[in-house]
Write a protein of this length. Structure first.
Length: 643
């Protein structure tokens, strides 16, 4: 992507920016404060700036008076970079104190986006074969089933073939509907080992004629807080559509423990199973609608989730997951017919679940390890999935150790008054003026703000700490003269977006109760990976790389995440961000059955550490309930530029 220089006056800040990027986003990255209360939707008109030299592609100029337009004024949130340009930010819009230049440079440091290094071959779990077996005669009156299996073996080298009674009952009519022209559809069974010797072919249906549509599969991440899905074309390997929504089980508990407790009530397990299936059905319906396809074209689903979510999805009794010695009902689950789980897929469709490791280390983290490739790398890697279950893996191809630290849903928006998942309208980027304490916000898809997602939460807390709005104990300073801080029903709170500028017609706030939840979540994560590395005999300085996964929107800002003590303070070039690795691993397994088999190998190779049984975990946790940490020497790069 071509880049050009963008210069901001009067501070004389110059930054390199991609052609086509929004001017407001460029200012945010440069640390140049421009009021933008509406999050970039173009409705508040606060972000007027003047183009001094060069030009921009400006839209929605109705908020700019004719005289101002003639003088070169545009809305920063509605103007895209087209060439080298100089922008003057009116002094009335600037704070009296500018963010130090080195701080602004560090604020632009995001974890390098990472795609999976694993390149799958397209080897689906199903197979379709068009065939024209000879019709029977007096001289050749072999049974329909034996006739079919003979042709499959001789002409297509497919054997052995299994057939259910349901398919057998329909076989005589289906074979003759189109004069013995059929498409035979199979589920490939190779015992999860990817072995040709162990392979069998289960005949799942017979379709008269030549079936040319499909096949497709659905990859699913069953998160404690959110559900994510992708529809995959099994011919091309392309993702046809994506969808996400909250896990409907949230109404029965925010975390896995509360879900287990609910599941032990009368009819509780059945309700939990029905709720997650309903959410998955909604995702499938949206995927089909977006792609213009049909549910009948979907052959199977590959799902990845933590062990508790997998148990609840399958309707497995969860009681012993939370009681020592923490024993799951099963980890390697055989293929399940989709309709047995209440999924609105066709009768022939089935579900495969990525295996887990232990009660609190599930298929989601195994799927993430499959996707990030650390199982095939010599690099000493720390893999952190910043989600509700807080799963961590350390090691390389020779050693994989894992643990779970139950961080809670705060970084996915759960448990916060205005927290939300990364979706349109979520505040994901924030710049706070260090003198006026006014925020400049950026929302996903430039929609009116309706809440704050993970990256926004991290950014806000980091900046409030650095400029003195927050104390290191996570409480608001009580000596600041700003209307943004007030006392609400839950104590002191900061107004991130005012009602007049939000999409909710009410103030979007961050309360001290919210801050307590964030401190506990980041403390759990820090303590978790510190203890796990200690078990291996390593410190964070010995790591070759850190891979971050989580539902943060499009990015995670390293400086902000390190400032609050969520990530270790090591060289920034060691970090990469893979996004939703659980979903990416499920996609790989859906495309390539050998990679699904590999996920089982990975699960067997991982050694689980029960942090709940380790006294040092709680000691580390208590020490981490501070911003960034009670031991400041662990975070030497964190500096405050206003006290």
């Amino acid at each position: 992507m071509k880049t050009v220089l963008v210069r901001f006056l009067p501070d004389d800040v110059t930054i390199e920016a991609e052609i086509g990027k929004l001017l407001l986003d460029v200012a945010l990255e440069a640390g140049v404060f421009i009021p933008a209360g509406c999050g970039g939707s173009g409705t508040c008109g606060q972000c007027k700036v003047r183009v001094v030299n060069g030009s921009v592609d400006a839209q929605k100029l109705e908020k700019v008076h004719a005289a101002a337009r003639a003088a070169g004024y545009v809305l920063a949130c509605q103007s895209r970079i087209t060439e080298e340009v100089t922008i003057d930010v009116p002094k009335a819009k600037l704070g009296r104190k500018v963010i130090p230049r080195d701080e602004a440079d560090r604020m632009r440091q995001t974890a390098t986006p990472m795609e999976s290094p694993i390149v799958p071959e397209i080897r689906p779990m199903t197979l379709r074969v068009f065939m024209e077996p000879p019709s029977p005669s007096i001289d050749d009156n072999l049974s329909d089933y034996e006739r079919l299996t003979r042709i499959l073996k001789v002409d297509h080298d497919l054997h052995p073939v299994k057939c259910s009674l349901d398919v057998l009952r329909e076989m005589p009519q289906q074979l003759r509907k189109d004069q013995w022209k059929i498409t035979a559809c199979f589920k490939i069974d190779d015992c999860g080992e990817g072995s040709a010797a162990a392979r069998t072919y289960s005949l799942s249906r017979i379709v008269p004629g030549h079936l040319k549509t499909g096949p497709m599969a659905v990859a699913i991440d069953i998160g404690t807080t959110s559900l994510w899905g992708e529809l995959i074309d099994l011919d091309s390997g392309k993702v046809l559509a994506r969808s996400s929504r909250y896990n409907p089980q949230i109404s029965m508990g925010d975390d896995v423990i509360s879900r287990i407790v609910f599941g032990l009530k009368k009819d509780g397990l059945e309700k939990l199973q029905q709720h997650v299936s309903r959410g998955l059905n909604e995702i499938v319906a949206e995927l089909v609608e977006k792609s213009g396809t049909s549910i009948d074209e979907i052959d199977y689903m590959v799902a990845a989730g933590n062990t508790v979510m997998t148990h609840l999805f399958l309707g497995l009794f969860p009681k012993y997951l939370r009681e020592a010695p923490y024993v799951p009902a099963a980890q390697n689950i055989d293929t399940v017919p989709a309709q047995e789980l209440g999924l609105m897929l066709s009768r022939h469709a089935f579900v495969n679940v990525i295996p887990g490791v232990a009660s609190y280390v599930g298929g989601d983290i195994v799927s993430g390890v499959l996707a990030n490739g650390m199982w095939d790398s010599e690099l000493m890697t720390l893999f952190i999935d910043i989600g509700t279950n807080g799963e961590i893996v350390a090691g390389n191809k020779d050693l994989l150790m894992t643990a779970s630290c139950s961080a809670g849903p705060a970084f996915e928006g759960g448990g916060l008054e205005y927290g939300m998942r990364a979706a349109p309208g979520a505040i994901e980027g924030v710049l706070i003026d260090p003198e006026t304490y006014e925020p400049m916000i950026k929302t996903i898809d430039a929609k009116p703000a309706v809440g704050i997602c993970g990256s926004g939460i991290i950014n806000i807390i980091s900046q409030m700490l650095k400029i003195g709005i927050l104390n290191q104990n996570g409480k608001y300073a009580d000596n600041l003269d700003t209307p943004r801080i007030r006392v609400g029903r839950s104590g002191r709170e900061y107004v991130v977006c005012r009602a007049a500028e939000s999409g909710l017609e009410e103030d979007i706030i961050l309360t001290e109760v919210d801050l307590d939840n964030i401190l506990r979540a980041k403390g759990a994560m820090f303590s978790g990976y510190t203890c796990l590395l200690d078990k291996i005999g390593l410190t964070v300085d010995a790591l070759d790389r850190v891979i971050i996964a989580g539902a943060f929107g499009s990015f995670i800002n390293l400086d902000h995440a390190i400032t609050i003590g969520l990530l270790p303070d090591i060289p920034r070039e060691k970090f990469s961000f893979i996004g939703n690795s659980s979903l990416k691993g499920a996609r790989l397994a859906a495309l390539d059955r050998n990679l699904f088999a590999k996920s089982r190998e990975i699960a067997r190779a991982m050694t689980n550490v029960e942090l709940s049984e380790d006294p040092s975990y709680m000691d580390n946790f208590m020490a981490a309930l501070f911003l960034p940490h009670t031991r400041g020497e662990l975070f030497p790069s964190v500096r405050f530029y206003k006290t």
